[in-house]
Design a binder for this molecule. Structure first.
Ligand SMILES: Nc1ncnc2c1ncn2[C@@H]1O[C@H](COP(=O)(O)OP(=O)(O)OP(=O)(O)O)[C@@H](O)[C@H]1O
Ligand SMILES: [Mg+2]
Length: 327
């Protein structure tokens, strides 16, 4: 493992198996997370973003199975670690804000008790010290009456409030890695900006490395140093953010970027993907998964196995036989 990376995901394959189907949620991906960076994972619903994130905590839900691969965190393979050691890492060294924050809060104990239990267990703070740590944080992320919130139960709060409580809990332990899965998806634009700003601030203050999962390219532009673009379980493009926005090389990335509404556009641009063409019998399941939506597919694409993610420049790799030209 390279010392500059906090996490290295190698050849990870995760499937969900049921009686009549097998879904490959993560299909042999490789992803490095450099220390002290914000890495964005972007892609549409079902592309495997959350499954990738959960594998970093070894928390793939049933009936999911890791078929292959390793996830190194500080040179230890999370996927082969004993449960007892994993518990020391989860929450304390790696914390995650889950996509459904309400589901990850316990509805039968108050928010205040949950926060202090976590802080007491992992950092030995007393309840009073824990509250002193968390109250200012809650205020700073737009929860105006934190004392009342600490006395509430999760079902008494909105989804957006639960999300901000999760963020406060996650960062109060000053983890090495924060995984934020759609941390602002339930929030309005102003609050979204405030939360993102807070994540950045905490990252700079404590040197936390962040994995930020979103389907929103605007959030990526604002936050991420590097971006991995996922499509149907594979990483189709990986780059530093500036290069990705300037010169997207995968047709899927280009489509995502073209779909961002620009202030100076009178008409919103819509996805410029070709219509889905699933009926082409020449397309096999082990070929590039983007073929049915790709305007640039050729016979080579249809006849070849999935293209591997390959470097085309320093810090920029793409999984495509016909990467787009540089502007
Ligand atoms: N618990 C589960 N049981 C069965 N299939 C699952 C489960 N969780 C995820 N999957 C499948 O794995 C694939 C990847 O799902 P995942 O939740 O990782 O996507 P995602 O990119 O996070 O999507 P979203 O943007 O909607 O959150 C999907 O096809 C999904 O249906
Ligand atoms: Mg998800």
């Amino acid at each position: 493992m390279n010392d500059d990376n906090l996490v290295e995901i190698q050849n990870l394959e995760v499937v969900f198996e049921s009686k009549d189907s097998t879904i490959t949620a993560v299909d042999n991906i490789n992803l490095n997370i450099p220390k002290n960076s914000i890495v964005g994972i972007v892609g549409e619903s079902g592309s495997g973003k959350s499954t990738t994130a959960l594998s970093i905590l070894n928390l793939i839900p049933d009936p999911g199975v890791v078929k292959n691969g390793s996830v190194y965190f500080n040179s230890q393979n999370i996927l082969t670690m004993e449960e007892i050691d994993l518990r020391k890492i989860r929450g304390k060294e790696i914390s995650m804000i889950f996509q459904d924050p309400r589901a990850s809060l316990n509805p039968s104990i108050t928010i205040g008790t949950q926060i202090s239990e976590i802080l007491e267990t992992h950092s030995g703070l007393s309840r009073k010290e824990a509250e002193n740590e968390v109250i200012p944080l809650l205020t700073s992320i737009g929860l105006p009456d934190p004392k009342r919130i600490l006395k509430s139960y999760s079902f008494q709060l909105s989804g957006g409030m639960c999300q901000r409580i999760m963020l406060a809990m996650a960062v109060s332990l000053k983890p090495q890695l924060l995984i934020a899965d759609e941390p602002t998806s339930n929030l309005d634009t102003t609050l979204q900006a405030a939360i993102l700003q807070k994540i950045r601030e905490l990252k700079n203050l404590y040197g936390i490395t962040v994995i930020l999962i979103t389907h929103d390219m605007g959030v990526i532009a604002q936050m991420a140093d590097y971006v991995a673009v996922m499509y149907k379980g594979i990483i189709v493009e990986m780059s530093n953010t500036i290069d990705l926005f300037k010169n997207p090389r995968h047709p899927y990335t280009k489509g995502l970027l073209d779909a961002i509404p620009r202030i100076d556009d009178y008409e919103k641009k819509l996805y410029s993907f070709a219509p889905i063409d699933d009926h082409d019998d020449n397309i096999k399941s082990d070929t590039c998964p983007f073929i049915p939506r790709c305007k640039f597919k050729t016979e080579l694409c249809k006849k070849s196995l999935k293209p591997a993610l390959k470097f085309i420049e320093e810090n920029h790799s793409v999984a495509c036989f016909h990467p787009l030209e540089i502007n």
